[in-house]
Design a protein around this ligand. Structure first.
Ligand code: IPM
Ligand code: MN
Length: 346
């Protein structure tokens, strides 16, 4: 309980589409868990960009650094909308926040809900979040001509890989299975893959109690569908992690259940918590968006802020509610009804 203690200052970026709706439910549940937060709304995303052309003003980024954490709903224009060039919000807002705030771990937990392909499985993907093909290395040559060249390199630093790998081992050490799987494509990406493999091999010596293995990313896609229970902690690069976590979400009950924590582990600034899903404009405003991923993300935020008791109570209520929702798919609850149901369980 935070009652009587200093209230955490949380920056809330509801964003676009269903983002604000699901954030509202997440904050409702946090309040019901007895945690009082001091929240400030930030108007960022596609709507803001279309209104005044700003994506993430420098002054706003500096202001965000002063918060204890950031809760983000979703940002992005409707699918097929061409008024915003691809990458404007992704690179200008989401990735800029990840890079500028050094959120080098993207932690994405998965629990297969009853009836899902991954029923009974329980694993976490640790996705490197500041490097790889996302780093922005590359460019065009002879753009627009028949001889055009486009390159997009993958940046992998020993420091960047090692801090992510070490985080993954530390996490595995706290879990019951104590198993780590490196996912990469070392048979083809022989430079980056070699760096990742050597780093894991070396860091593993510091964690003799943890078993570890290696899967090629294509094989991991098969295992995630056919044998997801084999995984405990997966550590992988930025792009493989992006793709694998959509697949992991799909086999675990749907992307509507998938949460993420973009972490700055040494706490040199705020960490950012967001559902894995996007703005889903097609269902925005209809009150049918699944808020479970946002609620789960808020629980990860409380855990990070040290409100462990509230976080665990929310996670328990979430798991009970997910189990019901996965088995009663015919009677779909509204967004607010799901938030209310979880709040009531607390
Ligand atoms: C995610 C998203 C983002 C990513 C996009 C929107 C930039 O897909 O958080 O997984 O690729 O990381
Ligand atoms: Mn993604």
């Amino acid at each position: 309980m935070s009652t009587g203690t200093i209230k955490r200052r949380i920056a809330v970026i509801g964003g676009d589409g269903i983002g604000p709706e699901v954030c509202a439910e997440a904050l409702k549940v946090v309040a019901a868990a007895g945690v009082e937060l001091d929240t400030t709304d930030f108007d960022l995303g596609a709507a803001r960009y279309l209104r005044d052309g700003s994506v993430l003003p420098d002054a706003v980024l500096e202001e965000l650094r002063g918060y204890d954490a950031i809760l983000l709903g979703a940002v992005g224009p409707p699918v097929g909308d061409t008024s915003i060039p691809p990458g404007t919000l992704e690179r200008g807002l989401l990735l800029r926040l990840r890079f500028a705030l050094d959120l080098y771990v993207n932690l994405r937990p998965f629990t297969g809900v009853p009836g899902s392909i991954a029923e009974g499985a329980d694993f976490v993907v640790i996705r490197e979040n500041t490097e790889g093909t996302y780093a922005g290395e590359g460019g065009f040559l002879r753009k627009g001509t028949a001889a055009e060249v486009a390159t997009q390199g993958s940046v992998n630093t020993r420091m960047g890989v090692e801090r992510c790998v070490r985080f993954a081992f530390e996490l595995a050490a706290q879990r019951s299975k104590r198993h780590l799987t490196l996912v990469h494509k070392t048979n083809v990406l022989t430079f980056a893959g070699d760096l990742w493999n050597r780093t894991v091999t070396e860091v593993a010596h510091e964690f003799p109690e943890i078993t570890w293995d290696y899967n090629h990313v294509d094989a991991a896609c098969i295992y995630l569908v056919e044998q997801p229970g084999r995984y405990d902690v997966i550590v992988t690069d930025n792009l493989f992690g992006d793709i694998l976590t959509d697949l992991a979400g799909a086999v675990s009950g749907g992307i509507g259940f998938a949460a993420s924590a973009n972490l700055n582990p040494p706490r040199t600034g705020p960490s950012l918590f967001e559902p894995v899903h996007g703005a889903a404009h097609d269902i925005a405003g209809k009150g049918i968006a699944n808020p479970l991923a946002a609620i789960h993300s808020a629980a990860l935020m409380l855990e990070h802020l040290g409100d462990r008791d509230a976080a665990h109570r929310i996670l328990k209520a979430l798991s009970e509610q997910s189990n019901i929702m996965s088995t009663t798919s015919t009677a779909q609850l509204s967004t607010t009804a799901v938030g209310d149901a979880i709040a009531e369980r607390l």
